[in-house]
Design a protein around this ligand. Sequence first.
Ligand code: IMP
Length: 434
Amino acid sequence: MRKASVVVGAQFGDEGKGKIVDVMAGGMDLIVRYQGGANAGHTIVADGVTYKLHLIPTGVVRGKRSLIGAGVVLDPAALAQELEGLAAGGKEITPAGLGIDFRTHVVLPWHAAIDVARQANKAIGTTGRGIGPAYEDAVARTGITFSDFVQASVLRERLAVIADGKQKQLQLLGGHGPDAAQVEAEFLELAARLAPFACDVSHELSVAMASGKAVLFEGAQGTHLDRNFGTYPFVTSSSTTSGGACVGAGVPPSAIGEVHGIAKAYTTRVGSGPFPTELMDATGERICEKGREYGTTTGRKRRVGWLDVPMLRRSHELNGFTHIHLTKLDVLEGLPELKIAVGYRLADGTQTDLLPATVKEMDSATPQFISVPGFEEIGEAGWKLVAQEGIAKGFAALPEKARQYVEKVEKLVGVRIASASIGPERESIIWAGK
Ligand code: IMP
């Protein structure tokens, strides 16, 4: 059996996973999403065209077979829209290119309405895509699977059972959703269109790996948004760590080989929740603007802060990284000094190099920083030259202080940094050791 690779976010999502997956996809046969839904946003720039994907695995841009596993919650309207967008950009996706597991749960319009209505009351700051409510129904065994969805009679039956309760739930929350007849009509149309994509992802993967095919699992969101191990309750509702690939796609742990963690050279977070290294000053503002830190899915401005090494080490504990890819290094250019959090002082005065385990502790802990020299501003043209030189020289092509920053992070986290990216294009990734 050929072992699969997993790509996961090492921070709070938006680490630039899409780009790394896109490049790795070149050597893969199958690309698989295993958790989350249309809350994700992956931006890939290929041959000058920008693709923004939410649900469909990034591999489609490379023409690779892409699979959506049972652990995903799938919004059929969002999927249809994404397929249309790809077709408009010249990439027609057929069932040969995309498969959706029969067991994948479907996000209903009421789920999104409930998500939004709840946010009006208490602010986790979700994406409003109905992710939490859809997973609730899946766990409560009251959801609609993709297999139910594509059989018209079953879909009608399931909607008839569910609609009334959802409307009542919404009324209690002070929100409102579409009426049942409208949802039924829309869903029957979408189901007819999407039915050819239904398949058994878990079985297909088992057969593919046994015959030596290369499989890449594409994680969405980030480790510290994991439902169990993230900054609960400020998390998403799925398992975002590497283990999530096993339960979400239906493969055994022994099927996983490499685990690639993606980390920005700094940290960002969108939505509420603890963020100890957050910058509330002009430096944060500068990084935000230079890094164009606005959400792909909601357009919300991301919160920005320094790199947090205890956070990355904790990610490594949870995911077992074999490689780390450091992204958006170029965004830090021109800052005279860079800070890296290397530990915490807890409320009782004790020092630790561990990430505090609870939200309460995290809120009251003070990050302890080291300071390293910043690197000079060389601009887009300068980074393009560095990228060209990087093909032959690897990290040695980086400006000296930028290279020192990468090496420092590698040493502090204790995982090999396999690449550093210095621009949005595929070509702007420098690989170590060349
Ligand atoms: P939900 O996934 O929409 O329920 O949102 C829960 C939390 O996860 C919120 O703080 C969101 O901002 C965050 N979140 C969800 N998806 C992403 C993502 O793809 N990138 C970054 N944050 C995300």
